[in-house]
Design a binder for this molecule. Structure first.
Ligand code: C2E
Ligand code: CA
Ligand code: CA
Length: 721
């Protein structure tokens, strides 16, 4: 402030002078008023206003400065900061700053701090410092300082919470992105770079840089998901793969949200976070793999198969083209598994699986449903012969020998075929059909393929009915035993009889054991039935032995009866004792199948039979494996040559050679031989000359009732001698 005073002329009249004085006094009053006004304005300012000289001394301060230093503006004039308790180093820095700014001669903004004399607190200021030259020609500086302490604190709080947020985000392991749509600018958190294996600078920048980490095959889906989010509600969630800098591929889950829009609601900014879910994905894949694939062969399992079957049926509905189901069951798998061991059994299954895959189109499905059961699903058939062709190829492929270590193994398969929609409307029905067709192939003698027919359905229903009838039959005493004489070939005397079960069904009449024994085995009823047969046969033999002390009755024992310790041997022997006889009166007929599976349990039971004097006959010899090894290993007393060899006996026939061979071998091993199904005197003559010990067949007698056997035993003449 530099008020211009009017110049005073020296030669003034007294009244002029008085007038002049009056004017001067008025001017002075005005000046004072103006100064007061300015003072008030300055004092009311929330900012500090300070005028300093070149030495840093105060020339002028407003009241807020004086209050801060705990004094009055007037008291500050001519003093420096240090006079008001400002720490010396702070005061020194103010002074130097003043000198610097004066030297540079330019207005500057300085951030500095100072101590409030009233409470000792350090406050922060943003100061504008303007140097100028005073009316006396000396340098001055005007300082307007704005207290930013509160602002700074707020800022620090924000920074702090940002830091915390950052820590929290880092703790989740997630990466964060911030995408400014109009510019395409993309900000990525440090974690992003870690996840993708890049240096932060590599990825900083725009979307396209970053997009190169996306796999080509994923980008369309990512684009689509983003577009849907931007055009829709603004939230984005997508799982996809990305390629790391080192080339490895990871899975991420990306979640984003639009956080800013323009007036028209168009998205401006989107933020999101990304987690690396590679490990979860791997675990998921593993679980999926285990849930859907067979670990041994790598083929789809039952679960996956059922899924695909349903899908294929729907596809057929749409296209109008049928599909077919081919079920395969290896015929000799169990035997191979048992004889060579499970490890080689596994190798066989793996090799079989591979051959199956090779026989079908890529679009067809080969699945392993368990055990040695495979399913082939042939979709969208255009050619009616295609299935027959595949079935043929598959069976050919399996018929090729398998090399299992040192062994060359031959297997065959039984196959069933059914068509959708021709044979069934539902997956369950289709599976039932194919099972029945396969079952029919097995029963036809294996190594065959059968197409499902409605007759099979009827047969299956009959089997079901048979099973339920079988349960009633025992309770209602519908069973009885027939006895077929076994004749000693030298002399023609009846020495033994085979007990054969008969079922007189109240409605269906006579049912062959060949029909119902498998059903009894399948349902477990064979145990009950077998016990009944033994008890009944024992009752009869005890009676016959009174007149014929060496007479024996043989009973057929199913291999299943030996399983799970179900054979009630002690009860059987006890029953014999209670009838006044013993084990020597009985022979059990077993099949080779049992011996193939002869584990320690079976061997144990066979030994207990021997100890009790019960003899053992090997039934149907020649139809199965006919391995000599177990004849020696287990205590066998008789071999029964199967009917199929006996019925073809002619002089010089191969079957005669075979029978002669069996007899010779059996005798060497100390066994006796029974020929089954002897129907003609010619057969009898040949068997006699071959040295066979016993014969059984229609030539001597059909199976007869116990009463009829009484009569035959009482006859003095030999049978068919
Ligand atoms: P298998 O043990 O081979 O019994 C001999 C079968 O041959 C009997 O048939 C018998 O009637 C028949 N047969 C006997 N001589 C001749 C002949 O000269 N010519 C012809 N063509 N056949 C003859 P069946 O009684 O129908 O029994 C069939 C099969 O059922 C038996 O074969 C046996 O495996 C089984 N079986 C019979 N009874 C029982 C039983 O009580 N328990 C068990 N587990 N199975 C039984
Ligand atoms: Ca038999
Ligand atoms: Ca037999």
């Amino acid at each position: 402030m530099n008020p211009t005073l009017p110049s005073v002329p020296i030669d003034l009249a007294p009244d002029e002078l008085a007038d002049m004085v009056q004017r001067l006094m008025r001017i002075e009053r005005d000046l004072e008023a103006q100064t007061d006004l300015l003072r008030t304005v300055l004092d009311e300012s929330p900012d500090f206003v300070i005028l300093k000289d070149h030495a840093g001394n105060f020339l002028l301060c407003n009241r807020p400065v004086a209050n801060f230093y705990g004094t009055t503006p007037e008291a500050m004039v001519g003093k420096s900061d240090i006079d008001f308790g400002c720490p010396p180093e702070m005061a020194e820095s103010f002074r130097r700053n003043v000198l610097d700014i004066m030297a540079r001669g330019e207005t500057e903004i300085v951030y500095e701090e100072s101590r409030d004399a009233r409470n000792g607190r350090i406050n922060h200021f943003k100061s504008i410092k303007k140097p100028f030259t005073g009316p006396d020609g000396l340098p001055r500086i005007l300082v307007i300082a704005h207290d930013i302490t509160d602002l700074r604190e707020a800022q620090l709080r924000v920074e702090d919470s940002e830091r915390r947020l950052q820590h929290a985000l880092e703790a989740t392991g997630d990466a964060v992105w911030d995408w400014h749509l109009p510019s395409g600018g993309l900000t990525l958190s440090r974690r992003w770079c870690e996840i993708l294996g890049y240096a932060p600078a590599d990825l900083e920048g725009n979307l396209s840089d970053f997009m190169r980490c996306l796999l080509d095959e994923e980008s369309a889906a990512v684009d689509a998901a983003l577009r849907r989010a931007l055009e829709g509600q603004g939230s984005y969630l997508h799982e996809h793969r990305m390629r790391r800098k080192d080339g490895s591929v990871i899975w991420v889950i990306d979640r984003g949200r639009v956080v800013e829009r323009d007036d028209q609601g168009r998205p401006l900014r989107m933020v999101g976070s990304v987690s690396d879910i590679t490990d979860q994905k791997r675990a998921q894949d593993l679980i999926w793999q285990q849930a859907n694939f067979d670990t041994l062969t790598g083929l789809p399992n039952r679960h996956m198969f059922q899924d695909r079957l349903a899908g294929q049926m729907r596809a057929s509905d749409r296209s109008g083209r049928p599909c077919a189901l081919l079920m395969l069951d290896l015929d000799q798998f169990k035997e191979i598994n048992d004889s060579l061991g499970h490890a080689w059994g596994d190798v066989l299954l793996q090799e079989a699986a591979q051959r199956l895959r090779y026989c079908v189109r890529d679009t067809d499905l080969v699945a392993r449903l368990g055990g040695d059961e495979f399913m082939v699903l042939l979709g969208e058939l255009t050619d009616s012969q295609a299935v027959a062709r595949v079935a043929h190829e598959v069976m050919q492929a399996l018929a090729q020998p398998f090399r299992l270590g040192a062994d060359l193994v031959y297997v065959t398969a039984s196959a069933g075929v059914t068509f959708y929609p021709h044979d069934a409307a539902s997956p369950e029905e289709l599976l039932r059909n194919v099972d029945q067709a396969m079952y029919a192939a097995k029963r036809s003698g294996r190594n065959a393929c059968r197409y499902f027919t409605p007759a099979m359905q009827v047969a299956a229903q009959d089997r079901m009915r048979l099973i339920s009838d079988l349960r009633l039959a025992l309770a209602q005493q519908q069973f009885h035993l027939c006895y077929q004489p076994i004749v000693e070939l030298t002399g023609g005397r009846i020495r033994k009889a085979e007990a054969l079960i008969r079922w007189q069904h109240p409605e269906r009449g006579f049912i062959s054991p060949a029909e119902f024994i498998p059903a009894a085995e399948a349902t477990g009823m064979i145990h009950e039935l077998g016990d009944w047969v033994f008890h009944e046969a024992a009752r009869q033999v005890a009676r016959w032995r009174r007149s014929h002390p060496t007479f024996q009755v043989s009973v057929n024992v199913s291999p299943l009866q030996f399983q799970n310790g179900r054979l009630a041997l002690a009860a059987w022997l006890h029953h014999l004792t209670s009838l006044g006889t013993d084990g020597h009166s009985m022979v059990v007929e077993i099949t080779e199948g049992l011996l193939m599976e002869a584990g320690p349990e079976v061997t144990q039971q066979m030994l207990r039979f021997r100890d009790a004097g019960v003899q053992v006959a090997l039934d149907d010899f020649g139809t199965g494996y006919s391995s000599l090894a177990y004849l020696n290993r287990l205590d066998i007393d008789y071999i029964k040559i199967d009917r199929s060899f006996v019925c073809n006996l002619r002089p010089d026939s191969p079957d005669l050679a075979l029978c002669e061979g069996i007899v010779m071998m059996a005798h060497k091993l100390g066994l006796k031989v029974v020929a089954e199904g002897v129907e003609t005197p010619e057969q009898l003559a040949l068997l006699r000359s071959a040295g066979c010990d016993y014969g059984q067949g229609y030539l001597f007698s059909r199976p007869v009732t116990a009463d009829r056997l009484d009569q035959l035993l009482a006859q003095p003449q030999a049978l068919a001698a």
